[in-house]
Ligand binder design. Structure first.
Ligand code: ZN
Length: 329
Protein backbone atom coordinates (compact mmCIF):
# COMPACT_ATOMS: atom_id res chain seq x y z
CA UNK A 1 0.00 0.00 0.00
CA UNK A 2 1.71 3.17 -1.21
CA UNK A 3 0.54 6.62 -2.21
CA UNK A 4 1.12 7.12 -5.93
CA UNK A 5 2.19 10.74 -5.97
CA UNK A 6 -0.06 13.76 -6.38
CA UNK A 7 -3.56 13.05 -7.68
CA UNK A 8 -4.78 16.64 -7.99
CA UNK A 9 -4.48 20.08 -6.45
CA UNK A 10 -7.56 22.24 -5.91
CA UNK A 11 -7.52 26.03 -5.70
CA UNK A 12 -10.00 28.90 -5.85
CA UNK A 13 -10.72 31.34 -8.65
CA UNK A 14 -12.87 34.47 -8.61
CA UNK A 15 -12.60 34.81 -12.39
CA UNK A 16 -13.43 31.59 -14.24
CA UNK A 17 -13.02 33.05 -17.79
CA UNK A 18 -9.58 34.45 -16.93
CA UNK A 19 -8.68 31.19 -15.21
CA UNK A 20 -9.52 29.11 -18.31
CA UNK A 21 -7.62 31.52 -20.52
CA UNK A 22 -4.50 31.32 -18.37
CA UNK A 23 -4.33 27.58 -17.80
CA UNK A 24 -5.54 26.46 -21.24
CA UNK A 25 -4.32 29.15 -23.62
CA UNK A 26 -1.18 30.38 -21.84
CA UNK A 27 0.06 27.28 -19.97
CA UNK A 28 -1.29 24.83 -22.55
CA UNK A 29 -3.17 22.46 -20.23
CA UNK A 30 -6.35 20.76 -21.38
CA UNK A 31 -9.62 21.52 -19.62
CA UNK A 32 -10.65 17.91 -18.98
CA UNK A 33 -13.84 18.54 -17.04
CA UNK A 34 -16.33 21.34 -16.66
CA UNK A 35 -18.61 20.50 -13.79
CA UNK A 36 -19.94 22.14 -10.63
CA UNK A 37 -18.84 22.14 -7.03
CA UNK A 38 -20.71 19.02 -5.85
CA UNK A 39 -21.17 20.58 -2.39
CA UNK A 40 -22.38 23.96 -3.77
CA UNK A 41 -23.61 23.32 -7.32
CA UNK A 42 -24.29 26.94 -8.25
CA UNK A 43 -20.64 27.42 -9.19
CA UNK A 44 -18.09 25.68 -11.36
CA UNK A 45 -15.51 23.09 -10.55
CA UNK A 46 -13.04 23.25 -13.45
CA UNK A 47 -10.31 20.67 -14.07
CA UNK A 48 -7.12 21.30 -16.07
CA UNK A 49 -4.67 18.48 -16.79
CA UNK A 50 -2.65 16.59 -19.35
CA UNK A 51 -4.32 15.27 -22.49
CA UNK A 52 -6.06 12.35 -20.71
CA UNK A 53 -6.69 13.82 -17.27
CA UNK A 54 -4.13 11.59 -15.55
CA UNK A 55 -3.55 11.87 -11.80
CA UNK A 56 -0.30 13.76 -11.28
CA UNK A 57 -1.32 16.49 -13.71
CA UNK A 58 -4.72 17.69 -12.50
CA UNK A 59 -5.19 21.24 -11.22
CA UNK A 60 -8.77 22.07 -10.33
CA UNK A 61 -10.54 25.28 -9.35
CA UNK A 62 -13.65 26.02 -7.40
CA UNK A 63 -15.20 29.17 -8.78
CA UNK A 64 -16.41 31.85 -6.38
CA UNK A 65 -17.34 34.64 -8.80
CA UNK A 66 -15.72 37.91 -7.81
CA UNK A 67 -13.99 36.40 -4.75
CA UNK A 68 -11.42 38.66 -3.12
CA UNK A 69 -7.79 37.68 -3.35
CA UNK A 70 -6.72 35.23 -0.69
CA UNK A 71 -3.54 35.52 1.32
CA UNK A 72 -1.14 32.59 1.66
CA UNK A 73 -0.52 31.81 5.31
CA UNK A 74 0.34 29.06 7.76
CA UNK A 75 -1.33 25.77 6.91
CA UNK A 76 -1.71 26.66 3.24
CA UNK A 77 0.05 25.59 0.08
CA UNK A 78 1.46 28.72 -1.54
CA UNK A 79 3.24 27.34 -4.62
CA UNK A 80 2.51 24.60 -7.16
CA UNK A 81 5.49 23.12 -9.00
CA UNK A 82 5.31 21.59 -12.47
CA UNK A 83 8.13 19.75 -14.15
CA UNK A 84 9.59 20.72 -17.51
CA UNK A 85 12.16 18.73 -19.45
CA UNK A 86 15.00 21.18 -20.02
CA UNK A 87 16.60 24.59 -19.57
CA UNK A 88 15.37 25.40 -23.09
CA UNK A 89 11.85 24.81 -21.83
CA UNK A 90 12.43 27.35 -19.04
CA UNK A 91 13.65 29.83 -21.70
CA UNK A 92 10.51 29.20 -23.75
CA UNK A 93 8.21 29.73 -20.78
CA UNK A 94 10.02 32.82 -19.59
CA UNK A 95 9.52 34.46 -22.98
CA UNK A 96 5.94 33.24 -23.37
CA UNK A 97 4.87 34.40 -19.92
CA UNK A 98 6.47 37.82 -20.31
CA UNK A 99 4.72 38.07 -23.68
CA UNK A 100 1.44 37.51 -21.86
CA UNK A 101 2.13 40.19 -19.28
CA UNK A 102 3.19 37.83 -16.47
CA UNK A 103 6.19 38.83 -14.33
CA UNK A 104 8.71 36.02 -13.93
CA UNK A 105 11.80 35.36 -11.81
CA UNK A 106 14.40 33.09 -13.38
CA UNK A 107 16.67 30.96 -11.21
CA UNK A 108 19.24 28.52 -12.60
CA UNK A 109 16.95 25.49 -12.37
CA UNK A 110 13.50 27.04 -12.21
CA UNK A 111 11.13 29.80 -13.24
CA UNK A 112 8.84 31.44 -10.72
CA UNK A 113 5.69 33.41 -11.39
CA UNK A 114 2.13 33.78 -10.19
CA UNK A 115 -1.13 33.03 -11.91
CA UNK A 116 -3.37 36.08 -12.53
CA UNK A 117 -4.90 35.70 -9.05
CA UNK A 118 -1.67 35.27 -7.10
CA UNK A 119 -1.22 31.50 -6.88
CA UNK A 120 2.52 30.79 -6.81
CA UNK A 121 3.87 28.63 -9.62
CA UNK A 122 7.33 27.22 -10.21
CA UNK A 123 8.45 25.37 -13.30
CA UNK A 124 11.35 23.14 -12.32
CA UNK A 125 13.73 21.07 -14.38
CA UNK A 126 12.86 17.54 -13.41
CA UNK A 127 13.00 14.30 -15.37
CA UNK A 128 9.49 13.45 -16.60
CA UNK A 129 7.82 10.23 -15.57
CA UNK A 130 6.30 7.74 -17.96
CA UNK A 131 3.84 8.66 -19.40
CA UNK A 132 4.93 12.28 -19.61
CA UNK A 133 1.64 13.79 -18.37
CA UNK A 134 1.72 16.42 -21.11
CA UNK A 135 -1.11 18.16 -22.92
CA UNK A 136 -0.79 19.12 -26.56
CA UNK A 137 -1.60 22.69 -27.53
CA UNK A 138 -0.67 24.30 -30.82
CA UNK A 139 1.05 27.28 -29.16
CA UNK A 140 3.39 25.12 -27.03
CA UNK A 141 6.01 22.89 -28.74
CA UNK A 142 5.72 19.33 -27.38
CA UNK A 143 9.26 19.32 -25.98
CA UNK A 144 8.47 22.36 -23.83
CA UNK A 145 5.09 21.26 -22.47
CA UNK A 146 4.53 20.96 -18.73
CA UNK A 147 5.14 17.35 -17.65
CA UNK A 148 2.96 16.99 -14.59
CA UNK A 149 3.37 18.16 -11.00
CA UNK A 150 6.79 18.04 -9.40
CA UNK A 151 5.49 19.05 -5.98
CA UNK A 152 4.08 21.80 -3.81
CA UNK A 153 5.39 24.20 -1.18
CA UNK A 154 3.38 25.00 1.93
CA UNK A 155 3.66 27.38 4.84
CA UNK A 156 3.51 25.48 8.09
CA UNK A 157 4.79 25.14 11.61
CA UNK A 158 6.65 22.02 10.47
CA UNK A 159 9.17 24.51 9.10
CA UNK A 160 9.91 25.90 12.57
CA UNK A 161 9.72 22.50 14.28
CA UNK A 162 12.36 21.09 11.89
CA UNK A 163 11.39 17.53 12.58
CA UNK A 164 11.24 17.90 16.37
CA UNK A 165 8.62 15.61 17.79
CA UNK A 166 5.44 17.06 19.17
CA UNK A 167 4.03 14.61 21.69
CA UNK A 168 0.57 14.64 23.23
CA UNK A 169 0.04 14.03 26.96
CA UNK A 170 -0.36 10.29 26.39
CA UNK A 171 2.81 9.90 24.36
CA UNK A 172 1.15 10.08 20.94
CA UNK A 173 3.25 11.80 18.23
CA UNK A 174 1.28 14.54 16.54
CA UNK A 175 3.62 16.53 14.28
CA UNK A 176 3.72 16.78 10.50
CA UNK A 177 7.07 15.00 10.26
CA UNK A 178 5.65 11.98 12.04
CA UNK A 179 2.45 11.90 9.99
CA UNK A 180 4.24 12.31 6.67
CA UNK A 181 6.99 9.76 7.28
CA UNK A 182 5.34 7.18 9.55
CA UNK A 183 1.68 7.31 8.57
CA UNK A 184 1.78 8.29 4.89
CA UNK A 185 5.22 6.82 4.07
CA UNK A 186 6.81 9.91 2.54
CA UNK A 187 10.60 9.88 2.38
CA UNK A 188 12.35 12.77 4.13
CA UNK A 189 14.75 14.67 1.87
CA UNK A 190 17.72 16.46 3.41
CA UNK A 191 17.95 20.18 2.75
CA UNK A 192 17.60 23.58 4.33
CA UNK A 193 13.85 23.29 4.82
CA UNK A 194 11.65 20.28 5.69
CA UNK A 195 11.04 18.41 2.45
CA UNK A 196 9.41 15.07 1.80
CA UNK A 197 8.66 13.09 -1.30
CA UNK A 198 6.72 10.19 -2.72
CA UNK A 199 8.52 8.09 -5.28
CA UNK A 200 5.97 5.48 -6.30
CA UNK A 201 3.76 7.62 -8.55
CA UNK A 202 4.08 8.24 -12.27
CA UNK A 203 6.56 10.91 -11.24
CA UNK A 204 8.20 11.90 -7.95
CA UNK A 205 6.16 14.30 -5.87
CA UNK A 206 7.72 16.72 -3.43
CA UNK A 207 6.08 18.36 -0.42
CA UNK A 208 8.02 20.99 1.47
CA UNK A 209 7.48 23.62 4.15
CA UNK A 210 8.57 27.23 4.30
CA UNK A 211 8.51 29.43 7.40
CA UNK A 212 5.01 30.89 7.58
CA UNK A 213 4.54 34.65 7.29
CA UNK A 214 3.46 36.54 10.40
CA UNK A 215 0.08 37.47 8.99
CA UNK A 216 -2.57 34.74 9.12
CA UNK A 217 -3.68 33.29 5.81
CA UNK A 218 -7.08 33.82 4.24
CA UNK A 219 -8.77 31.59 1.70
CA UNK A 220 -9.77 33.47 -1.45
CA UNK A 221 -8.97 33.80 -5.13
CA UNK A 222 -5.54 32.35 -5.83
CA UNK A 223 -5.52 30.18 -2.69
CA UNK A 224 -4.96 26.46 -2.71
CA UNK A 225 -7.84 24.70 -0.99
CA UNK A 226 -6.36 21.20 -0.70
CA UNK A 227 -4.00 18.66 -2.22
CA UNK A 228 -5.00 15.11 -3.08
CA UNK A 229 -2.57 12.21 -3.07
CA UNK A 230 -3.32 9.25 -5.32
CA UNK A 231 -4.05 5.71 -4.20
CA UNK A 232 -5.13 2.46 -5.79
CA UNK A 233 -8.90 2.04 -5.34
CA UNK A 234 -8.49 -1.19 -3.34
CA UNK A 235 -6.17 0.55 -0.89
CA UNK A 236 -8.46 3.40 0.09
CA UNK A 237 -10.24 1.68 3.02
CA UNK A 238 -6.81 0.69 4.36
CA UNK A 239 -5.61 4.29 4.14
CA UNK A 240 -8.72 5.46 5.92
CA UNK A 241 -8.11 2.99 8.75
CA UNK A 242 -4.48 4.01 9.04
CA UNK A 243 -5.28 7.74 9.11
CA UNK A 244 -8.05 7.19 11.60
CA UNK A 245 -5.63 5.20 13.77
CA UNK A 246 -3.27 8.19 13.72
CA UNK A 247 -6.11 10.33 15.16
CA UNK A 248 -6.36 12.49 12.05
CA UNK A 249 -10.16 12.08 11.82
CA UNK A 250 -10.64 11.31 8.12
CA UNK A 251 -14.03 11.84 6.50
CA UNK A 252 -15.97 8.83 5.26
CA UNK A 253 -15.16 7.77 1.69
CA UNK A 254 -17.00 10.22 -0.58
CA UNK A 255 -18.01 9.52 -4.19
CA UNK A 256 -16.63 12.37 -6.34
CA UNK A 257 -17.83 10.79 -9.61
CA UNK A 258 -14.35 10.75 -11.19
CA UNK A 259 -12.65 9.30 -8.10
CA UNK A 260 -13.45 8.46 -4.47
CA UNK A 261 -12.02 10.60 -1.71
CA UNK A 262 -11.26 10.92 1.96
CA UNK A 263 -10.14 14.19 3.57
CA UNK A 264 -8.21 15.09 6.70
CA UNK A 265 -5.87 17.84 7.92
CA UNK A 266 -2.20 17.13 8.45
CA UNK A 267 -0.82 18.62 11.68
CA UNK A 268 0.54 21.80 10.05
CA UNK A 269 -2.99 22.56 8.89
CA UNK A 270 -2.88 21.71 5.18
CA UNK A 271 -6.04 19.95 4.00
CA UNK A 272 -5.12 16.57 2.51
CA UNK A 273 -7.27 14.29 0.39
CA UNK A 274 -6.53 10.75 -0.69
CA UNK A 275 -8.22 10.10 -4.03
CA UNK A 276 -8.49 6.92 -6.05
CA UNK A 277 -6.85 6.48 -9.43
CA UNK A 278 -9.97 6.08 -11.52
CA UNK A 279 -12.65 5.75 -12.63
CA UNK A 280 -11.45 8.94 -14.33
CA UNK A 281 -12.88 11.66 -16.52
CA UNK A 282 -14.16 9.52 -19.39
CA UNK A 283 -16.86 8.08 -17.13
CA UNK A 284 -19.48 10.63 -18.27
CA UNK A 285 -18.27 11.97 -21.65
CA UNK A 286 -16.13 10.69 -24.54
CA UNK A 287 -12.36 10.94 -23.99
CA UNK A 288 -12.06 12.90 -27.24
CA UNK A 289 -14.40 15.63 -25.94
CA UNK A 290 -13.40 16.00 -22.31
CA UNK A 291 -14.35 19.33 -20.81
CA UNK A 292 -16.31 20.60 -23.78
CA UNK A 293 -19.76 20.51 -22.21
CA UNK A 294 -21.13 20.86 -18.70
CA UNK A 295 -21.16 17.54 -16.85
CA UNK A 296 -23.30 17.10 -13.75
CA UNK A 297 -23.28 14.21 -11.29
CA UNK A 298 -26.57 12.29 -11.06
CA UNK A 299 -27.62 14.07 -7.85
CA UNK A 300 -27.46 17.48 -9.56
CA UNK A 301 -28.70 16.59 -13.06
CA UNK A 302 -32.16 17.95 -12.26
CA UNK A 303 -30.57 21.41 -11.83
CA UNK A 304 -29.11 21.46 -15.35
CA UNK A 305 -31.46 23.97 -16.94
CA UNK A 306 -31.06 26.48 -14.12
CA UNK A 307 -27.30 26.00 -13.92
CA UNK A 308 -26.78 26.43 -17.66
CA UNK A 309 -28.53 29.79 -17.40
CA UNK A 310 -26.67 30.98 -14.32
CA UNK A 311 -23.13 29.72 -14.68
CA UNK A 312 -20.53 32.13 -16.02
CA UNK A 313 -20.17 31.77 -19.83
CA UNK A 314 -16.74 30.35 -20.65
CA UNK A 315 -14.65 30.38 -23.80
CA UNK A 316 -12.45 27.32 -24.30
CA UNK A 317 -9.45 28.40 -26.39
CA UNK A 318 -9.14 24.89 -27.81
CA UNK A 319 -12.57 24.82 -29.40
CA UNK A 320 -13.55 26.46 -32.69
CA UNK A 321 -14.92 29.95 -32.10
CA UNK A 322 -18.46 29.04 -33.09
CA UNK A 323 -18.65 26.32 -30.45
CA UNK A 324 -16.45 27.92 -27.84
CA UNK A 325 -19.04 29.79 -25.83
CA UNK A 326 -21.69 27.88 -24.00
CA UNK A 327 -25.13 28.34 -25.39
CA UNK A 328 -27.34 29.72 -22.68
CA UNK A 329 -30.52 29.64 -24.72
ZN1 ZN B 1 -9.96 17.26 -4.25
Amino acid sequence: MALKGIHHITAITGDAPGNVDFYVRVLGLRMVKKTVNFDAPDVYHLYFADESGNPGSILTFFEFPGALRGRHGSGMIHTVQWGVASAQALDFWEERLIGNGIDTARLPDRLRFEDPEGLGIELVMDPPGEPGLTASWSEVPAEFALTGFAGVRAYGRAATERGHARVDGDGHRSDSDHVLTRVLDFEPVSGDRPTYRLTSGVRRAGYSYDDPPAQPGRQGAGSVHHIAWACEPDDQPGWRDRISGARLHPTPIIDRQYFHSIYFREPSGVLFEIATIGPGFAIDEPAAHLGESLQLPPQHEHLRERLEQRLTPLTNPRLPATAATDSIS
